[in-house]
Design a protein around this ligand. Structure first.
Ligand code: FES
Length: 150
């Protein structure tokens, strides 16, 4: 367990109700997920039930209890993207990465997720990788797209 990192994060937040979300955000940013041991340590230090932490962790989509890849791929499966072939792009990504939606490659390089309309319907089908939005993606472009990310 990385106690040093957790202590550093805890020091930034007063021991008050309402600070847990901020703490969990930082833990998620640092580890790219919320590791169980670290969550138990936070619960103990802040004297809150671990169930309270888990209820926050499972309520917000942004949090993950499983390790995520260095690069998170979100394929938009909203109506506009679906109509323009997002399903085929998703199938190609699944095939190339060898994971299902929600899965992470063994080398922790990629996590594959799907989302509903990211508000960029004119770019359909859209794929967001980390902070980058890729427009009008075709299955043929998938390999090149993946190569852009280490
Ligand atoms: S449906 Fe994909 S961006 Fe709106």
């Amino acid at each position: 367990m990385d106690i040093e990192t957790i202590n550093r994060i805890l020091e930034k937040y007063p021991d008050e109700p309402g600070t847990l979300i901020g703490i969990l955000h930082e833990v998620q940013n640092h580890f790219r997920y919320l590791p169980e041991e670290e969550l138990r340590y936070i619960a103990k230090k802040r004297n809150v039930p671990i169930t309270q932490i888990y209820s926050i962790a499972t309520f917000y989509n942004r949090f993950s209890l499983r390790p995520k890849g260095k690069n998170v791929i979100c394929v938009c499966m909203g109506t506009a993207c679906h109509v323009k072939g997002a399903g085929k792009v998703l199938e190609e990504l699944k095939r190339r990465l060898g994971v299902e939606v929600g899965g992470t490659t063994d080398d922790l390089r990629f996590t594959l997720e799907e989302v509903r309309c990211i508000g960029a319907c004119s770019l359909a089908p859209a794929v967001v990788i980390n902070e980058d939005t890729h427009s009008q993606v075709t299955p043929k472009q998938v390999v090149k797209l993946l190569d852009e990310y280490d």
